[in-house]
Design a protein around this ligand. Structure first.
Ligand code: C2E
Ligand code: CA
Ligand code: CA
Length: 598
């Protein structure tokens, strides 16, 4: 006969116990009952074996983690420690098991803290926080801990604490800080710290009255790159973009990785609004170069949206919002386009950019020439002339008001000025009765190294007496360079080259500094001359002339257009007169004629 008994583990039949006998009447009730006992035992042992295996696995997991695990009973006596706990604490397992958890007490926590700690745990809640523990060698360390009450039959029977040491150099905090402030893929600052940077810039720029710009840079169809080449390649390209951005900006500009595939940059302290277009156009050229992706090279197009501080917005969010709007405009225009938040600015900036490029060409073609405006004494005799720059563009003559500002911004002024000086020296040789000619110098020309040496040797080279060249500087250039300019004036005076102070009255007009400045002539600004029928203005001009004379300085009135102005100025003893009433600026042929007929 034969008997089969199933073996069940976790509600599944996993096998059978089969017993056979040569006796036909062996399997009676008693024997069955005995077999049942054996069946139970087998099932129990199998389950136990399985549990033990899991216990071993769990244990090794506990011991291979970075965290310590300490289990205490409900009275906080230690019943288990993992390897990490012994490693961190310096105690052996034997030293810890059975001890009260206060072996770790650092006695650095306040009473309130301790009370709160125990109340939390006894009420069955999880305690999470930073704890200080004393380890075996007596030192105290900080840990992030989670202490979890373990329940059996609705009663707390154990406490499991799991924790991690906060390294002294705060690696964890640093990592946390990195996570909070940086973009993981590129290492650039993220939007959160970008906004902080914007805030700081705005605060300073408001105070210093400087301008700045926010650009949002968006690679077009970047998703497709991720899809085609995989995430890793996508990340590598983002890193390459990040590098190009940082490499091509000034160190104090900020580059950031914003949400998804967008980059943000903050350009600080721009000289002029249209400068942003120069910077960003260059950036766009850099970005458009191919990228390395494994063994391939990929071309990517970009769009850039721009907003300007303070004109477009004065808050971080405002600047970002507006740059985003500008970005969608750029996208509408097509690939590799730049969009401004303000459309007029876009037109202006493009125009100015074009102008600057034209000016560069104009300089190469020597299109800057000198016009001359004679000035006269009280008998209307020509006593000298002022050289005034003109741009001879095709057949038109462009006045300085339309370009000189941009020559100065691009520093082209220095070379343009040299053209004028050389031309003046050439033209002086054409005059039968030579008259002194004054040349306007901007602050950049003034700051040229060896200015006076170069000028003097140039004058000598042309074989012209030094006293025929005069220089004009505007009051404003003194502002930051007073000592330097004062020295230069003295130096050149020794070589008979004299200075006029131009646009007098429009700058910081302190008559007191005139005493320490060795200038020959003070040029009364056109705005005073225009306003001479105003008694107040008249008395100001009167005292300027009086004071200048008392310092041994002569005066020239600029922009004299009417007989009334001429008479009034004469009655005040003004020395020289310049204006449309006598002569307009003219080319050199006309100057020659004017001098001959004078
Ligand atoms: P500025 O040195 O004050 O020159 C006098 C300006 O007044 C000239 O303008 C002249 O044409 C104008 N003007 C003369 N008489 C009259 C008048 O009766 N009525 C009116 N309404 N205007 C009169 P322009 O030639 O347009 O030059 C403008 C400015 O450009 C100059 O002002 C000077 O600051 C600058 N500039 C001209 N040439 C040079 C140069 O070679 N180098 C530098 N750095 N600046 C220059
Ligand atoms: Ca002048
Ligand atoms: Ca002037």
């Amino acid at each position: 006969s034969c008997c089969a008994i199933s073996i069940v583990s976790k509600n599944e039949i996993i096998g059978a116990l089969v017993i056979t006998s040569s006796k036909s009447n062996l399997f009676n009730r008693e024997i069955y009952a005995l077999f049942r006992v054996i069946q139970n035992q087998i099932e129990f042992i199998l389950d136990k074996l399985e549990d033990d295996r899991f216990f071993q696995i769990t244990l090794s997991a506990l011991n291979s983690g970075f965290e310590f695990v300490i289990i205490t009973d409900s009275n906080f006596n230690i019943v288990y420690v993992n390897d990490k706990a012994t490693e961190i604490s310096g105690y052996s397992r034997q030293e810890l098991l059975g001890k009260h958890h206060s072996v770790f007490s650092s006695r650095t926590h306040s009473k309130e803290f301790v009370r709160n700690f125990y109340n939390t745990l006894r009420s069955g809640e999880v305690y999470s926080g930073i704890m200080q523990y004393k380890i075996k060698n007596g030192s105290i360390k900080d840990f992030y801990v989670n202490i979890i009450p373990f329940f059996e039959d609705k009663k707390i029977t154990y406490y499991i604490s799991v924790g991690k040491e906060i390294a002294k150099d705060d690696e964890l905090l640093q990592e946390l800080e990195k996570l909070l402030n940086y973009d993981a893929a590129t290492g650039l600052i993220n939007i959160y710290s970008f906004k902080k940077a914007l805030e700081q810039f705005i605060e300073r720029a408001t105070y210093e009255k400087t301008i700045g710009a926010v650009a949002i840079i968006n690679p077009i169809d970047f998703k497709k790159i991720n899809e085609a080449f995989g995430f890793e390649t996508g990340n590598s390209i983002l890193q390459q973009i990040a590098k190009r951005l940082t490499d091509n900006l000034r160190a104090y500009d900020r580059v950031s990785k914003l949400e998804s595939d967008r980059f943000g940059i903050l350009l600080k302290d721009l000289k002029a609004e249209e400068d942003i277009l120069i910077v960003v156009s260059k950036l766009l050229l850099e970005l458009a170069k191919p990228y390395k992706a494994k063994d391939k090279s990929i071309s990517i197009s970009f769009n850039i949206g721009l907003s300007l501080f303070p004109k477009d917005a004065t808050t971080p969010d405002g600047l970002l919002d507006k740059a985003h709007i500008a970005l969608s405009d750029a996208k509408e225009k097509g690939e590799n386009q730049i969009g401004f938040f303000r459309k007029e600015l876009e037109k202006d900036a493009t125009r100015v950019l074009q102008l600057k490029a034209d000016l560069e060409l104009a300089l190469l073609n020597k299109e800057f020439i000198a016009y001359y405006q004679p000035y006269v004494d009280r008998n209307q005799k020509i006593v000298g002339a002022e050289a005034l720059m003109r741009w001879k563009k095709d057949n038109t003559i462009v006045p300085p008001s339309e370009f000189i500002e941009y020559l100065e911004q691009t520093s082209l002024i220095v070379d343009a000025q040299k053209l004028i000086i050389n031309q003046v020296l050439e033209d002086l040789k054409l005059l039968k009765k030579p008259i002194p000619i004054s040349i306007n110098l901007s602050s950049q020309s003034l700051k040229q190294r060896h200015l006076s040496d170069n000028l003097i040797s140039n004058i000598n080279y042309h074989n012209i007496p030094n006293n025929l060249i005069k220089l004009e500087i505007i009051e404003r250039t003194l502002l930051n360079n007073f000592d330097y300019v004062a020295r230069l004036i003295k130096e050149l005076k020794e070589s008979n080259i004299l200075f006029s102070l131009d646009d007098f009255g429009t700058g910081f007009s302190s008559l007191s500094y005139l005493a320490s400045l060795d200038v020959e002539i003070l040029k009364i600004d056109i705005s005073f001359v225009r306003d001479l029928d105003n008694p107040k203005t008249k008395s100001i001009v009167d005292s300027i002339i009086y004071l200048a004379h008392s310092l041994g300085i002569k005066t020239t009135a600029e922009g004299v257009e009417t007989q009334y102005q001429f008479e009034t100025l004469k009655s005040m003893n003004c020395d020289y007169f310049q204006g449309y009433l006598f002569y307009k600026p003219m080319d050199k042929q006309k100057l020659i004629q004017a001098i001959e007929h004078n």
